[in-house]
Design a protein around this ligand. Structure first.
Ligand code: GDP
Length: 329
């Protein structure tokens, strides 16, 4: 029953003033729109539920509110909206004067917090592609300061806001969305552990568990993430999907399936390795050519890793069906 499952899905709300970039973010991250095409998007003027179930691991809805949503309208049911919301992303246009946006941010989060204090409040300082590096830092500091001062003024020091500098013209929007999604995953520590074990036994430098549709990484090993490897892995996903869309068997429909596997050798002795893990998830690794010589070992370790990931998600499902009790079978 799709309506029942939609109610139990964690929900992300995407909010912000009109023209702040909400529809663009949603189209670029979840619908593969190229950033330049967003110039022609119609402005959002209604609550928009984007149900991603069935296409992406990121199995929740994005509610794209119109910028001018009126909280003081008695028909606006904030109980209904904020209960069951996992994360509220508030988008601020950094290329514009953001005083009004800060006012709206304050009104929105304080209201949401009263209904549901468990929401993760995430602020995207957006469109920073137009800003110099110094200007970015300065803007972030200023937004942070003013937003937190406003909260302190009304005694809401406990309400925690996280800040991200984002743009649809580079990978920062995917990186930020990855962090937002990861915070909503109860399985995250287990997945990180499994990735750590997998890479340390296989001579792999870095591994990401990717949602193939959105290029959000839902987990990575605990070594530091450098943007360059992340971008390489994102580019690899695009290449693999494009090649299989063009040359793959037509009758199967999907460009990504159980057989999906790709190896790309770069000219600096780096190897990129992509392999299917679940219907929506693939692991993408960065490793040295020398390590790749022991491919049998990597394949064996991958097999164990894949099995463990399947168990993690199956146990999750069983626990839900038993009303929270772990299955002892
Ligand atoms: P919405 O009303 O909040 O849904 O805003 P839209 O998604 O319609 O975006 C408004 C305008 O901002 C569009 O012309 C987009 O092309 C532009 N835009 C969105 N994101 C970015 C960004 O990261 N950088 C820049 N420079 N422009 C952006």
């Amino acid at each position: 029953d799709s309506s029942a499952s939609a109610d139990t899905q964690p929900r992300i709300l995407l909010m912000g003033l009109r023209r702040s970039g909400k529809s663009s973010i949603q189209k670029v991250v979840f619908h593969k729109m190229s950033p330049n095409e967003t110039l022609f998007l119609e402005s959002t003027n209604k609550i928009h539920k984007d149900d991603l179930s069935g296409s992406s691991f990121v199995n929740f809805q994005i509610w794209d509110f119109p910028g001018q949503v009126d909280f003081f309208d008695p028909t606006f049911d904030d109980e209904m909206i904020f209960t069951g919301t996992g994360a509220l992303i508030f988008v601020i246009d950094a290329q514009d004067d953001y005083v009004e946006a800060l006012g709206r941010l304050h009104g929105t989060v304080s209201r949401a917090y009263r209904v549901n204090p468990h929401i993760n409040f995430e602020v995207f300082i957006h469109k920073v592609d137009g800003l110099s590096d110094d200007h970015k830092i300065e803007t972030q500091r200023d937004v942070y300061q003013r937003a937190n001062d406003d909260l302190a003024d009304v005694g809401l020091e406990k309400l925690h806001l996280s800040f991200y500098l984002t743009s649809i013209y580079d990978h920062s929007i995917f990186e930020a969305f990855s962090k937002v999604v990861q915070k909503l995953l109860p399985q995250l520590p287990t997945l990180e552990n499994l990735l750590n074990i997998f890479i340390s036994h296989s001579g792999i430098e870095k591994a990401f568990l990717f949602d193939m549709v959105s290029k959000i990484y839902i987990a990575t090993d605990s070594s530091a993430v450098d943007m360059q490897s992340y971008e390489l892995c994102c580019d690899m996903i695009d290449v693999v999907i494009d090649i299989s869309c063009i040359y793959g068997p037509i009758e199967d429909g999907g460009a990504y399936d159980k057989e999906s596997l790709a190896i790309i050798k770069l000219n600096n002795t780096t190897v990129l390795y992509l392999k299917e893990v679940t219907r929506f998830l693939a692991v993408v690794c960065v490793l040295r050519e020398e390590s790749f010589e022991r491919k049998g070992l990597i394949d064996y370790n991958f097999h164990c890793f894949r099995k463990a990931v399947h168990e993690v998600f199956e146990v999750g499902c069983r626990t839900q069906r038993n009303g929270g009790r772990p299955d002892d079978s």
